[in-house]
Design a binder for this molecule. Sequence first.
Ligand SMILES: C[S@@+](CC[C@H](N)C(=O)[O-])C[C@H]1O[C@@H](n2cnc3c(N)ncnc32)[C@H](O)[C@@H]1O
Length: 214
Amino acid sequence: MRLRNIPGAEEEVAESPYTITDPQKSRGSWNRVFNNDNPIFIEIGMGKGRFIIEHALTYPDINFIGIEKYPSVQIRAVQKLREMEDIPNLRLLSLNAEILPEIFSEKEISRIFLNFSDPWPKDRHSKRRLTSSEFLGRYRQILKPGGLIEFKTDNGKLFEFSLEEIGEAGWVLDAKTENLHRDPVMNEGNIMTEYESKFIKLDKPIYKMIFHYE
Ligand SMILES: C[S@@+](CC[C@H](N)C(=O)[O-])C[C@H]1O[C@@H](n2cnc3c(N)ncnc32)[C@H](O)[C@@H]1O
């Protein structure tokens, strides 16, 4: 993704009341951050935050954590949130998901959302794909048994790669579609991301899969 550097973005994201700046300290005790025992759902690569903010508003009994490695993108979510009423079940983390097991303990997470993850088309970069076996291993460390991963993409090659990776690593595929917006069952309650709404305007099909590890 081409990225415009925004001076001061890192500081502005860090100063947001939603951002947890020392997340390692909450490993194993995220329920204390939210002050309840509700399940925790995370989105990795939240971008400008439309999806995670709308989820948090729609499902107040679930705790949501949005993760993004680039403050220059995440700052858009921080700015939007400043204009809104307080959302107590939402937090943001500004970090690379490679360190997820340092942030969450075993079984601490109930669901993971991956939306329009960067495809990293070159083979030598395949480990950076958020559905690579390396990342799947990290997810296994933090997800509750049976906890779902929901993955949406516009990229057919990344979708195929992901199906292969989950199969080889022993994950169970619960559902998939190659045209989410024409699939009334899988599209029910769908909340769109910024990228998704752009692709829909261009009439591009959206792929989605849901999978878990027992
Ligand atoms: C193509 S954008 C999609 C943004 C948003 N999910 C959407 O659908 O509109 C992918 C986002 O994932 C973020 N990302 C990619 N790899 C990441 C990683 N390892 N850790 C955290 N964020 C990551 C990128 O910085 C980028 O903002």
